[in-house]
Ligand binder design. Structure first.
Ligand code: GLU
Length: 276
């Protein structure tokens, strides 16, 4: 089995990441699975090299050692664990969707979309306005994949049976944005598939993404989707998630104040025990 830890270098690690890492490495130990490290810097506008370095430093300091793509492989240059070094894979995967007639160019701006319909969860549902416009794919356009109505069912290892209808939740999924950034949904689906990840362990804030990732994986040709485990998140308050900019739970700041790795791990475990 293979699982992964997949932070985005858009900020420093915080206690929520440590909790996720504890569960990922803990499950891997129990299941004799390998852990792959992936730096999810698909969004070139928000990702920073300094955050990548800080994430690698904190993982080393905390003692989380990836089996696949150890931190040293990122430090020494190009690395297949880093999304910005994997453009050729995304191009090829998008080419497959194009060849099946599922990919189309979308000229809608953020503003065009924000006034449109919303799912019951409050998410923007793409109306399909550009589906049949046959805009060329090589302009300053987004790329979308056609998502037909239909349910995806999966047994979450923590939350139990789930049913999602991606067409009703978000409509046609954006694969690449107008600036040429591969989207999270697309990059993560391609990576989990091509990197043979068969167990995805992540926070429950990503639960709504799972049905569409299962669908996308099938459209790309993945035979079996991975299994999923979505765990509770450490919250800042009843409604607010921890964010990478929260100094009070940032690993950097805890380190600077003289907290030891053991104490940080204990803090994550204590926060976790309050969630159950
Ligand atoms: N890169 C995402 C994050 O940092 C995690 C994505 C995933 O686990 O699928 O929140």
């Amino acid at each position: 089995m293979r699982t992964r830890f997949a932070p985005a270098p858009t900020g420093h690690l915080h206690l929520g990441h440590v909790l996720n890492a504890e569960i990922v490495w803990g499950a891997a130990r129990l299941l004799n699975a390998a852990v792959l490290l992936r730096i999810e810097d698909h969004d070139r506008t928000r990702s920073r090299k300094t955050f990548e370095t800080s994430i690698l430093d904190d993982l080393d300091w905390l003692g989380f050692r990836p089996d696949i793509f150890p931190t040293s492989t990122f430090r020494s240059g190009r690395c297949e664990g880093r999304q910005s070094d994997r453009a050729a894979h995304y191009e090829a995967a998008a080419g497959r969707l194009r060849a099946s007639g599922l990919l189309y160019a979308c000229g809608c701006s953020r503003k065009d979309l924000s006034g449109g319909p919303r799912s019951t969860g409050g998410e923007i549902v793409y109306s399909g306005a550009c589906r049949d416009r046959k805009l060329p794919l090589d302009g300053a356009v987004g790329w979308r994949v056609r998502i037909e109505p239909g349910r995806e069912r999966f047994d979450d290892l923590c939350l139990g049976r789930q049913t999602q209808d991606p067409a009703g939740q978000c409509g046609d999924v954006l694969v690449r944005d107008r600036l040429g950034n591969w989207t999270y949904q697309f990059a993560v689906t391609v990576d989990d598939w091509l990197q043979d990840v068969d167990l995805v362990i992540r926070g429950a804030d990503l639960l709504e993404s799972t049905g569409r990732q299962i669908r996308l994986a099938r459209l790309l040709g993945r035979a079996e989707p991975p299994r999923f485990l979505h765990h509770p998140l450490i919250m800042k308050s009843a409604k607010q998630k921890l964010s990478k900019s929260d100094g009070d739970t940032g690993i950097r700041d805890l380190r600077a104040r003289g907290t030891t790795p053991e104490q940080v791990l204990a803090m994550a475990r204590t926060a976790a025990s309050r969630l159950i």
